[in-house]
Structure formats: C-alpha cells, structure tokens
Write a protein that binds this ligand. Structure first.
Ligand code: NAD
Ligand code: TDX
Length: 380
C-alpha cells in the first residue's frame, strides 16, 4: 500500500457504526472487507441478496480475523423499495456513516427489464434518503457534525463522449440508458435532500470497475470465462467503444476518502486514467490465456463481433483532478497489472463463477437485446 492512503480506521476516526447498502455486491463487498480488515467498526450490510449478491468474500475475511470480527458484520436482508423495512434497518443500524452502493447495476439488464432499475435505484434511494434524514435529525449534536450519507454513482450519468474530452464534476448530466437514467435520478434526489433538508451528503461518480468477485455478466469476467472454455467471445458492435477501467480496490480507496473527508454537498469524479477500447481489453485477455492455457489456435480467434448494444455509449473518460488534489487520491494499480491479476483470479475461481451463475439462473448468454414492454413486465 502506498503511504499516502490512510487506513480505514484513521479515516473513520470516532465513527463506530457504518451502514453499507449493497454490501453483498461486487464493490460493496470490497468496501465491507476493507472496513472489517482495517477498522473495528460494526458494519450493517443492507442488501436484498439479489442475483448479483454473494457473501463468500466477506466470509473468507471473517475466517481470517478473530472471533470478535464475526459480530462486526450484520447482514440486513432488506429490499430498498420496502420503505418500512428500510426505516427499521436504519433505526437498528443507528449509523455514523451511510455508504449507499445498492443498485441494479448492469446496463444490458436495464434494457431487457428496466422496471426493477426504477424500483431499486430511484424509489430505493428515495426510501433510504427519507429514513436517513429522520435518523440524522434525531442524532445528538456531536454525532451530527461527523455524519455523512455517501451516494455511490457512475460516470454513465454524464452520457457519451466523442473522441476528445473527459467527464468532471461540472459536466452536465445526459444519461442515455435506463440504468444511467435511474442512477442520474438517484443523484438528483441525493442533491435535493441536501439542499432542501440539510442532509450532509457526498457523491462519487466512478468509471468502470474490474477485479475479483464481480458477478460474471460484465465484460472482463464474461470474456475470461468464455475464452477459458473455448466459447466464442461476444464483442459488441465494432469493439471500439472506450471505457476507463479502474481496479476495484482503488475505487474503495476513493470511496473511503470521499465518505470520511469529502466536503458535504460535493461530488467527486473517480477514474484511473485507464482508457481502453473494448477490443484492446479483449485482446489483452486472450493474449494472457494464450500463455496460461495454450489452445490449438490463438484465443483471439474466438472473438466474434455481435449486434451492438441498443443505445451503446461510445466513450467514457474521467478527469479525477478534484479527488486527487483535494483528497489526495491516486490509483495504485495500472490496467495491465490489474487486468492480469483479475484474469488469473477468474481462472482460479471458475467453481465460484459456476455457483453464482447457477444460483442466479444465468447461463452466460447475451443479455439486453429485447426490451420488456409494460405488458410483459406486468405494468399494463
Ligand atoms: P452489483 O450489481 O455487483 O451489486 C449491487 C448490490 O446491490 C447487489 O448485492 C444487490 O443485491 C444490491 N441491491 C440492488 N438492488 C437492491 C434493492 N432494491 N434493495 C437492496 N439491495 C439491492 O453492483 P456493483 O458493481 O457492486 O455496483 C455497486 C454500486 O456502484 C452501484 O450503485 C453502481 O451503480 C455503482 N458503480 C458501479 C460501477 C461498476 O463498474 N461496477 C462503476 C461505477 C459505479
Ligand atoms: O459481452 C460483452 N461484450 C461487450 O462488447 C459485454 C458484457 C460487454 N461488452 C461491451 C459493452 C461496453 O462497451 O463492453 C463494455 C463494458 O460493458 P459492461 O461490462 O457491461 O459495462 P458498462 O456497460 O460499461 O457499465 C459498467 O460500468 C459503469 C457497469 O456495469 C456499471 O454498473 C457502471 O456504472
């Protein structure tokens, strides 16, 4: 670890109780692991335990730590669209800090079935804001001063870039998928609760994360797992769409800094100067597989251009100047190292991938080509 990144314990200071929503998901579980390893706070993990949820990584950490750590992780299986359940969970957690990561997160699924994105990301965030606002207003003065609600969002709220420019905190919102529109709506709700009700909030908008324990439906795990078994690798459109890749642990660094040191009412853009075309990412994975599991033909032969994602954003890129200069954040992994580690991890955790895919009833096939209508989703 670089010396400039303080430990979670140093950052949290006097805060003893942290409510993490979505703590059974990819990024949320990385936050929970860090809090358990690097501090003695009690973590309330509010998650509906949906298709992308899994607690194996947290259980591994609890097994490494002493018995007392087990009591520091409290799962609250709660659906955010249930206002009464959310209110009860916030009361039980009695948090000094809320880190709100729970959301439906896969763009392709938001095309096939947008309804759950509105329920979870918009209504869910509204219910959480109302419950947290009630909690904040009841806090004693000394806890109120340090209290923050940190809303974790995405660069996709800013829309699609051409070949030039980068998103920053002043970029106008222009979401273009059901997922990004639902996240943009939640960002606006969070800002409104700050301005109207005085709730102390911090927002972060991050670029594409990658790393271990991601539900295998997104680009890097999908490509690695398909290439490993010789299946064709679906590359959407011309493969020249650009994403700004950030290793998940670097995102956790940024989240802890923003949650604990960020200025109330502010937002911070997070990205690691990791711009790559999808084609470059896929080719790099194939080259690594050529070395670690050589086949009769190069793995790049498996790359298959497929029909583009509807409304596919062309390019995302983040200017992280603000979080770097104000909070001292910088990424600790470059894409080459991080990607190589991640590919090795998926190759050695294929059993876990098979388990979570089977539990979710997901066979790895293409998502997001057919839009669900009201009649199909039961809203007619
Ligand atoms: P994920 O899909 O892996 O995990 C999300 C978790 O939230 C799941 O465990 C799920 O069960 C839970 N959840 C969803 N809806 C819920 C509801 N209604 N009630 C309770 N729990 C619910 O997602 P992730 O990749 O870990 O993303 C976490 C957050 O970070 C999201 O808010 C996402 O928008 C944001 N984000 C993700 C990325 C990325 O590249 N993955 C980048 C930037 C921002
Ligand atoms: O099989 C695939 N083939 C392919 O070409 C898949 C799954 C994806 N793609 C392309 C689409 C995108 O241009 O790869 C790129 C990355 O796709 P995803 O992994 O689905 O991520 P993206 O749509 O960019 O969104 C991600 O980053 C921002 C997360 O899922 C969001 O939660 C986050 O907010």
């Amino acid at each position: 670890m670089v010396s400039s990144m303080p430990s979670a314990s140093d950052l949290l200071g006097e805060r003893r109780r942290v409510l993490v929503t979505g703590g059974a998901g990819f990024i949320g579980s990385a936050v929970v692991r860090r809090l358990l390893r690097e501090s003695t706070v009690t973590v309330f993990n509010l998650d509906k335990m949906g298709y992308a949820s899994d607690l194996s990584s947290i259980e591994e950490v609890l097994n490494e730590l002493d018995d007392a750590a087990t009591g520091r992780h409290r799962l609250q299986q709660v659906e955010l669209s249930d206002a009464a359940a959310v209110e009860a969970a916030v009361k039980e957690a009695d948090p000094d800090l809320v880190m709100h990561l729970a959301a439906e997160s896969h763009v392709d699924r938001s095309i096939s079935g947008p309804g759950v994105f509105i329920e979870s990301n918009v209504t869910g965030t509204y219910n959480l804001l109302q419950a947290v606002r009630g909690h904040f207003e009841d806090l004693r003065a000394e806890r109120r001063d340090a209290f923050r609600m940190h809303h974790i969002s995405t660069d996709e709220v800013f829309g699609s870039l051409g070949s030039e420019g980068r998103f920053s905190e002043t970029t106008p919102y222009a979401p273009r998928s059901p997922y990004s529109a639902s996240k943009a709506a939640s960002d606006h709700l969070v800002q409104a609760w700050h301005h109207t009700f005085g709730l102390p909030v911090v927002l972060t908008n991050c670029s594409n994360n990658y790393g271990p324990w991601q539900f295998p439906e997104k680009l890097i795990p999908v490509v690695t797992l398909k290439a490993a078994v010789g299946e064709s690798i679906p590359l959407y459109g011309d493969g020249m769409n650009v994403r700004d890749w950030l290793y998940v642990e670097d995102h956790v660094d940024a989240l802890l800094l923003a949650a604990c040191k960020g200025e109330s009412g502010s937002s911070y853009c997070v990205g690691g100067h990791g711009e790559r075309t999808n084609k470059e990412v896929v080719q790099a994975i194939c080259q690594q597989l050529d070395q670690s599991c050589p086949a009769s033909a190069p793995h790049t032969d498996l790359i298959t251009p497929v029909t583009d994602r509807p409304g596919h954003d062309r390019r995302y890129a983040i200017d992280p100047t603000r979080i770097s200069s104000e909070l001292g954040w910088s990424p600790r992994h470059n894409v080459e190292q991080g990607l190589a580690e991640t590919v090795r991890w998926y190759l050695s955790h294929q059993e876990w991938c098979n388990k979570v895919r089977a539990r979710a009833g997901y066979d790895g096939s293409r998502l997001g080509m057919k839009t669900q209508t009201n009649a199909e989703s039961g809203n007619a």
